[in-house]
Design a protein around this ligand. Structure first.
Ligand code: AGP
Length: 628
C-alpha cells in the first residue's frame, strides 16, 4: 500500500536525486499518505542523510526547507500506509541500520519480523520503531558488515540478495549505503516494483506514475529478483545471483495523465474521462470484417471453445464490475459465470478445472488478495485471464493472458473510469467468447457492439446535463447520515457500487441492496426523509423489471422515504413517484450500468466536496491494497 521511489543519476552530486524522489512521492501519494520520508547518499558521507515526518508529503517538504539535506548522488523516498506501528515520525520510512550507514524503504509485510527482531535483540541490537521494516534495516546492516569482513569491501547488492532469502512475507525494498554512494539496490517479492530507463540515470518505483515525466521506457521486475542500479547501469539477478533479463515495456500514456490539469480533483477529472475510458478500451480490437480480435490475449481459440465455466474474481469496485458482466456473459455465452471476492475465493476451496476460465479484475494490478487468488487458481490448473489497467503490474504478469483496459492511470482512490472500462473489457471478452463458441450470430454481436460504441456520447450527455442538479441534491442532503441504494438485475451491482463510492469518500453509512430484497428486511430502515437512491431499469427493454422497481419506489415512498431515481429519459412512470430524477439517455438494459453509474459517481464526489473532505485521498484508504 506504500509508495516507494528511488533514483541513481550521473556521477555528480546535486539536488536532482532529492527533487526526483519528492516529485515521485507526490505522484505516488495516492498509494498511502500516513507519513513520508527520504534518504540521500553522496560521496564522503559517513552516515545517511535522512528526513521523515508523519502526515502528508507537504509536512516533509516544509521540514526539508528548515533542515535541507546535502546534495547527493542517490536518493530513496517513501509514502506510508501504516500496516504495523501507528503513523508517526519514528515509524515513518526510511529506516536505518545500526551504524546509520544504510537506509531502506519497504512496501509490504515481513511475516518473520518478530523472530528476526528477537535474534537481533539477543545480539544487542535496539529498535526505536514498532515496524517490521526497521527489523529489515538492522538485519541488512548486519549482513553488509559481515560481507565487508568476508571480502574487505562493501557489496550492498549481495547483502540485499542475502536479506531477500532471509525474509518471509511480501516486500519491495530499496536500500542505499554511504560506502557505495552512487548505488541503489532493490529486492522484491509480491510487492510492485518497476524501473524507469533514463539517459545516464535510472528510476525505481512502485509504479510508472512516479517517473513518467522523465521516461516512458520501463522494466518489469519479477518475483524474487534483486536489482542494482548505478547511473544507467542496471544489473538484475535472482536471490542466488543468477542474471535475469527483465521484460521491457513502453508506457502508452503521458505525464499529463497524472496531473490534475486544472480539475479540482483527480476524481472529478477521471469521472469526466469515463467516455474516453470506454472508447479507448474498445479501440482497435476488431478486424476489417468487424470480428472481435483480442490479440494481446494469448489464449488459443481452441481453449476458449472448451471453456465451460467462468469465475470472475476481484475486490471492491472491481468485483462489482464482475457482477455486472455476469448477467451479460451468461446471456450471450450460455455458460455459468460466478463472481467471487478475491479474498473469499482462495479460502473457499473453489471447484476449478482446466475448462474453468478465471477472470481477475484489477485496476492497479497489485491487489494482494487478487494476486494470491490467481496463484491459487493456476495451481488448480485453471486458465487465468486478467483485466487490468496498469501495464507491467504483478497480476497481468502472473496470469496466462491479459486484456488491458485503456482508461489511463487512475489516481483518485475512488475507482470511477476504471469501473466503466472494466465492464467494457468484460463485454468484449464475453462477445469474443460468443463469437468463438457461436452462441451469438455475427449481426447480434455487431448490434451489441454498436450499443457499446454509443455509450461515450451518452455519458457525455449525463456529464453535461445532470452535473448541476446532482450537485444541488448532494448539497441539500449533506447532513444525511445514511443512504439506501436499490437496483435490480444489472442495476443491483450498480447500486452496490454507488453505495461504495458514497461510503468511501463521504464517509456516509450506505447500503446497496437488491430492490427485490427490500421487503425481506431492509425496508425496516425506511422512515421519514430517509434518502433512497434507485436505479430504474428501462421501460422499453424487458419492462417487467421496470414495473417491479417502480413498485419498490412506491413502497419506500409510502413510508416517508426521500426518493432519488436514476432513470431513462422519457420514462413514463417514474415522475409520479420519485422526488428527484437524474435522467440518463436510453440504451439496452445490459449496457445501462455504463450510464447509470455516472450520476452515482458524481453524487459521491459532490457530497464529499460539500463536506469539504479530501476527495482524492479519503481517510484510512489507499489506491492499491497490496497487503492481504
Ligand atoms: C474502489 O473505489 C476502491 N478504491 C476499491 O474498492 C478498489 O476497487 C479495490 O481495492 C480493488 O482495487 P483494484 O481494482 O486495483 O484491484
Amino acid at each position: 500500500m506504500c509508495g516507494i521511489v528511488g533514483y541513481s543519476g550521473p556521477i555528480t552530486v546535486s539536488n536532482k536525486p532529492l527533487e526526483v524522489c519528492l516529485q515521485g512521492l507526490s505522484r505516488l501519494e495516492y498509494r498511502g499518505y500516513d507519513s513520508a520520508g527520504v534518504a540521500c547518499v553522496g560521496p564522503h558521507m559517513d552516515q545517511v542523510a535522512l528526513d521523515k515526518k508523519a502526515g502528508r508529503l507537504s509536512v516533509l517538504e516544509e521540514d526539508l526547507k528548515l533542515h535541507p539535506l546535502p546534495e547527493a548522488q542517490v536518493c530513496i523516498g517513501h509514502t506510508r500506509w501504516a500496516t504495523n506501528g501507528e503513523p508517526n515520525d519514528t515509524n515513518a520510512h526510511p529506516h536505518l541500520s545500526k551504524d546509520h550507514k544504510i537506509a531502506i524503504i519497504h512496501n509490504g509485510i515481513i511475516e518473520n519480523a518478530v523472530r528476526l527482531k528477537f535474534e537481533l535483540q539477543s545480539e544487542g541490537y535496539s529498535f526505536t520503531s514498532q515496524t517490521d521494516s526497521e527489523v529489515a534495516a538492522k538485519l541488512l546492516g548486519r549482513i553488509a558488515n559481515v560481507i565487508i569482513e568476508e571480502t574487505g569491501k562493501p557489496n550492498l547488492f549481495e547483502a540485499m540478495r542475502r536479506l531477500g532469502k532471509m525474509l518471509d512475507g511480501t516486500f519491495a525494498i530499496l536500500a542505499v549505503d554511504v560506502r557505495q554512494p552512487d548505488v541503489v539496490c532493490a529486492i522484491r517479492r509480491d510487492e510492485p516494483l518497476v524501473l524507469g530507463l533514463g539517459d545516464k540515470e535510472t528510476f525505481l518505483a512502485s509504479d510508472v506514475t512516479a517517473f513518467i515525466s522523465y521516461t516512458k521506457h520501463a522494466l518489469e521486475i519479477g518475483q524474487d529478483n534483486a536489482v542494482m542500479v548505478q547511473g544507467d547501469t542496471i544489473v538484475v539477478t535472482d536471490f542466488d545471483g543468477n542474471k535475469v533479463t527483465p521484460k521491457e515495456f513502453t508506457v502508452d500514456w503521458d505525464a499529463s495523465a497524472v496531473e490534475k490539469s486544472g480539475w479540482d480533483s483527480f476524481m472529478k477529472k477521471e469521472i469526466h474521462e469515463d467516455p474516453a475510458a470506454v472508447r479507448e478500451t474498445l479501440m482497435s480490437r476488431f478486424d476489417l470484417d468487424g470480428n472481435i480480435k483480442l490479440d494481446e490475449v494469448h489464449i488459443d481459440e481452441k481453449l476458449f471453445k472448451t471453456i465451460d465455466r467462468i469465475v470472475i474474481i476481484g475486490c471492491g469496485t472491481a468485483s462489482y464490475a464482475g457482477q455486472v458482466a455476469k448477467y451479460a456473459i451468461e446471456h450471450w455465452v450460455r455458460i455459468p459465470v460466478e463472481v467471487i471476492l478475491s479474498h473469499e475465493f482462495r479460502y473457499s476451496d473453489p471447484i476449478l478445472t482446466p475448462q474453468t476460465l478465471v477472470v481477475a479484475i484489477s485496476q492497479s494490478g497489485e491487489t494482494m488478495d487478487t494476486l494470491m487468488a490467481i496463484r491459487h487458481a493456476r495451481e488448480q490448473q485453471a486458465t487465468v485471464l486478467s483485466i487490468c489497467n496498469t501495464q507491467g503490474s504483478s497480476i497481468p504478469r502472473e496470469s496466462d493472458a491479459v486484456l488491458y483496459t485503456h482508461a489511463g492511470p487512475e489516481i483518485a482512490v475512488a475507482s470511477t473510469k476504471a469501473f466503466v472500462a472494466q465492464i467494457t473489457a468484460e463485454y468484449l471478452l464475453g462477445l469474443y467468447l460468443a463469437q468463438v463458441k457461436g452462441t451469438l450470430f455475427h449481426d447480434e454481436i455487431n448490434g451489441i457492439l454498436s450499443s457499446l460504441r454509443a455509450i461515450p456520447e451518452k455519458i457525455d450527455w449525463i456529464l453535461k446535463h445532470d452535473s448541476e442538479s446532482i450537485q444541488d441534491v448532494a448539497q441539500k442532503l449533506v447532513s444525511q447520515q445514511t443512504f439506501l441504494f436499490l437496483g435490480r438485475n444489472v442495476g443491483y451491482p450498480v447500486a452496490l457500487e454507488g453505495a461504495l463510492k458514497l461510503k468511501e469518500i463521504a464517509y456516509t453509512f450506505t447500503q446497496g441492496c437488491a430492490a427485490g430484497e427490500l421487503k425481506h428486511g431492509p425496508i425496516a430502515l425506511i422512515e421519514e426523509n430517509v434518502p433512497v437512491i434507485v436505479i430504474v431499469p428501462s421501460a422499453c427493454d424487458r419492462n417487467v423489471l421496470h414495473s417491479k422497481v417502480i413498485s419498490n419506489i412506491e413502497e419506500v415512498k409510502a413510508r416517508g422515504a426521500y426518493t432519488i431515481a436514476i432513470a431513462e429519459e422519457a420514462d413514463p412512470d417514474v415522475e409520479r413517484y420519485a422526488d428527484v430524477i437524474f435522467w440518463r439517455p436510453q440504451c439496452p438494459t445490459l449496457v445501462s450500468p455504463l450510464v447509470d453509474v455516472v450520476p452515482l459517481q458524481l453524487f459521491a464526489l459532490y457530497m464529499a466536496e460539500a463536506k469539504q473532505l479530501d476527495v482524492d485521498k479519503p481517510r484510512n484508504l489507499a489506491k492499491s491494497v497490496t497487503v492481504e
